[in-house]
Design a protein. Sequence first.
Length: 116
Amino acid sequence: QVQLVESGGGLVQPGGSLRLVCAASGTMFRFHTMAWYRQAPGKQREWVSTISRTSSPNYKDSVKGRFTISRDNAKNTVTLYLQMNSLNVEDTAVYYCNVPNALQAWGNGTLVTVSS
């Protein structure tokens, strides 16, 4: 059964850090590029970062140099990480993981709030 579960969000002050985790259950994930997305209040969901199955990353311009995506491939579960540093208020959003070329049912996401 395919399932995406995000965690690791929270309240952090500007300049702070968080590490998000996505547990992607299902044998398909280790064969696919995976991505982090986010949806800020009142805005559409947007792409944040992608990592190929061989761990080649790409980033949205606004997070380059601050965010680092990584993954740990196992047979039945891929664990996707997003290390977020130097957070600012514009990073406030619900963060989701998914497979960009084969979108699965969205998980509940994890809320990141950057506020002083």
